[in-house]
Design a protein around this ligand. Structure first.
Ligand code: SAH
Length: 393
């Protein structure tokens, strides 16, 4: 199979020799004029050595590498990569009687840059983040349907593709249809709204951290800030929390949370209440000492490196507002899912919040993303979720 070609400037092959999967536009010496966005290309070093095949894209990342040899990018390629991803999740034990929600494909972490697939029972929800994956969507869907247990493939890329590419993707089933919107996570039931919900409809990346929260919930008064579908709330209730208050600025998220609480505990669960309110306002208005277990899991404050400074100020302010009002002996689960903010920067923001409020704070756990969101060792940028569990006195 021959693809259009891209040749790198002298010396620009170094990171690719170490299997980093991105070719930046500034590294390119020459490229076929006929290359269009999403085309498959073969990348060569300056001296003509073949580096591998990838998807081309307009923007600062010009090629996302799929292979580091001359393997063709065809049905067999996608079938093999998806089978590898599936076998790895089998090894993790995520497909069980009490758990059928997990991430099957995590972009670069599964050597498929530009592709994300989450599994909810019989349905795979697939997102393309690159034009190349968009063009390959049908063969990817066919390959997904060959995996055990996958009956339906829903394609959801209306908000994930660069809109300048004018691909006009349509969110729809490529294979199958709506069978059930219910998924199981560690024995808890969740409605997952992949048709209208954020991302693929649910945040599977907090599964292990929710389980840890459950462990700390017995007898506690819990505030789940930025609750979205109420994941942490449902676990806190199972863990024996005295009360759980869930807050999200989106009224729809609050409805999803209420529905998921009802799904697990019926309509009469008097321990749970939800509020459609802004986080900062809610924290300003709440009484000191009202909650002794607080979760802060905000949306990414920095979507790009340029927003880093403001994001760090945001994390400091948010954490300070919570810490200020937490009673002696309380616990804070605090997170950042911004890829642009690293572990040290996030910890420094939380440190500043602690110092500013003059609280005695100790770190009980340092949390990250679970194993079904693997980090390709050659692509450290794939590490995005950071969390701290703090004991506050
Ligand atoms: N903790 C959730 C995921 C949170 S996603 C889980 O485990 O699944 C972030 C959520 O923050 C979204 O639902 C969004 O609606 C909400 N949000 C964004 N800005 C907010 C604000 N200023 N105040 C309260 N909620 C906000």
């Amino acid at each position: 199979m021959t693809y259009k070609t891209v040749t790198l400037k002298r010396g620009k092959e170094e990171s690719l020799k170490r299997f980093h999967p991105w070719v930046f536009s500034g590294a390119i010496a020459a490229a076929d004029d006929t290359i269009e966005e999403g085309d498959l290309v073969t990348v060569y070093a300056h001296d003509g050595t073949l580096i591998g095949n990838g998807h081309s894209q307009i923007g600062s990342i010009a090629v996302r590498m799929l292979t580091f040899d001359d393997t063709a990018i065809d049905e067999a390629f996608f079938e093999q990569r998806l089978q590898d991803a599936y076998h790895m999740r089998q090894a993790l034990g995520l497909q069980r009687e009490d758990n059928n929600a997990y991430r099957l494909v995590h972009g670069e972490g599964d050597f498929l840059p530009g592709l994300v697939v989450d599994i909810y029972g019989p349905t795979a929800v697939m997102q393309a983040h690159s034009p190349g994956m968009h063009f390959a969507r049908n063969i990817i869907a066919q390959a997904l349907a060959k995996l055990p247990g996958v009956n339906n493939v829903y394609y959801k890329s209306e908000t994930t593709l660069p809109y300048m590419a004018h691909l006009d993707p349509v969110n729809d089933y490529i294979i199958g249809h709506m069978e059930t919107d219910e998924a199981l996570e560690n024995g808890l039931r969740f409605h997952v709204d992949w048709l209208k919900g954020q991302k693929t409809g649910f945040f599977v990346d907090q599964r292990e951290n929710r389980r840890l929260l459950e462990h700390y919930s017995q007898g506690r008064r819990v505030l789940n800030m930025f609750c979205y579908t109420g994941g942490f709330s449902v676990y806190a209730l199972r863990g024996g929390a005295q009360l759980v208050h869930s807050v999200d600025s989106s009224a729809k998220a609050v409805r999803l949370t209420d529905d998921n609480v009802s799904l697990n505990y019926g309509d009469q669960e008097g321990r749970h209440k939800s509020f459609a309110e802004d986080a900062f306002k809610f924290l300003d208005n709440m009484e000191a000492g009202q909650y002794d277990l607080v979760i802060l899991d905000p949306p990414a404050f920095a979507k790009h490196k340029s927003a880093l400074h403001n994001a760090l100020v945001g994390y400091r302010r948010l954490n300070a507002k919570a810490l200020e009002k937490m009673p002696h002996g309380s616990i804070l689960f605090t997170f950042s899912c911004s890829q642009a903010v690293n572990k040290e920067q996030f910890r420094l923001a939380v440190f500043s919040a602690a110092a500013q409020t003059r609280r005695r704070v100790r770190i009980l756990h340092q949390l990250t993303q679970p194993a079904d969101h693997p980090i390709n060792i050659y692509h450290p940028e794939g590490e995005y979720l950071k969390g701290l569990v703090l004991y506050v006195e």
